[in-house]
Write a protein that binds this ligand. Structure first.
Ligand SMILES: NC(=O)c1ccc[n+]([C@@H]2O[C@H](COP(=O)([O-])OP(=O)(O)OC[C@H]3O[C@@H](n4cnc5c(N)ncnc54)[C@H](OP(=O)(O)O)[C@@H]3O)[C@@H](O)[C@H]2O)c1
Length: 248
């Protein structure tokens, strides 16, 4: 028996990186999953890679109509949600002095508004014993050069979990934050040009006490812990999967 046998899970941003690795792991542990993302081609590729018990619903988490369509599909197909992994997120590098309004609006809209309404619209389908996992980042707890807007969104997400744990008091639904450190994903590599990629990964590994960055599968293993009964007495918490980067 898998650790998520018979569970229904929704993973936003499930077509790439941490979300895709988690989708594969949740299915391997017995869950039936729904994944989202804006790019249909990547969703198709992900469905093929995951192989079974997966439904892809194309959509943008910052668009409330898309979220309604996602949860309508979940309601029709499965009738409930046991695990919600609000993982979709993005960022761009820009130091103070060079932050433009469009990238500020996009980052806030996807990471903060998208996370909030993903959770709020999923709630009517969530069950007692359900687990909500928000995706934070080590950057939410630290200063990071040229990354203040993204980092502020992750700090906001950290407070969402603290406050929502109170709003959900008595419901039997838990909400926690999974905060990865540098994890080798298309999203991380896409922060820089291909020519700058090796230097970025090297410098992030050097800043990490374990001396390397994470694989998406290592981060997915922590998502599995927060999704499963193993974390049944945890709510409002932040769990770092960061090789020690934000702990020292
Ligand atoms: N990798 C790291 O080092 C790291 C560290 C700390 C935290 N994180 C966080 O971990 C999460 C996953 O990141 P990742 O590194 O795995 O990046 P990734 O490979 O770029 O994956 C991001 C996922 O989010 C989806 N997405 C982005 N914007 C979306 C939107 N508006 N609506 C729906 N889906 C959207 C993307 O699909 P589409 O492009 O098709 O929409 C993709 O599936 C993010 O919240 C990120 O901030 C990552």
């Amino acid at each position: 028996m898998g650790r998520l046998q018979g569970k229904i899970a929704v993973i936003t941003g499930g077509n790439s990186g941490i979300g895709l690795a988690t989708a594969k792991r949740f299915v391997a542990e017995g869950a039936e999953i729904f994944i989202t993302g804006r790019r249909q081609e990547e969703l198709d590729r992900a469905v093929e890679a995951i192989g079974a018990r997966v439904t892809a619903v194309q959509g943008d988490v910052s668009r409330l109509d898309d979220l309604d369509r996602l949860f309508d599909t979940v309601r029709e197909k499965s009738g409930r949600i046991d695990i919600l992994f609000a993982n979709a997120g993005l960022g761009t590098f820009a130091p103070l002095g060079a932050i433009d309004e469009a990238s500020f609006d996009r980052t806030l809209s996807v990471n903060v508004k998208g996370t909030l309404f993903t959770v709020q619209k999923a709630l009517p389908l969530m069950q007692t014993g359900g687990s909500i996992i928000l995706t934070g980042s080590t950057t939410g707890a630290m200063g990071t050069a040229a990354f203040s807007v993204y980092s502020a969104t992750k700090a906001a997400i950290r407070n969402f979990a603290r406050s929502w744990a109170l709003d959900l008091k008595g419901s039997g639904i838990r909400v926690n934050v999974l905060s990865p450190g540098a994890t080798e994903t298309p999203g991380l590599k896409g922060l820089v040009t291909p020519a700058e990629e090796a230097a970025l990964l090297e410098s992030l590994a050097a800043q990490t006490p374990l001396g390397r960055i994470a694989s998406p599968e290592e981060t997915a293993a922590v998502a599995l812990f927060l999704a499963s009964e193993d974390s049944s007495f945890m709510t409002g918490s932040e769990v770092f999967a960061d090789g020690g980067a934000a702990q020292v």
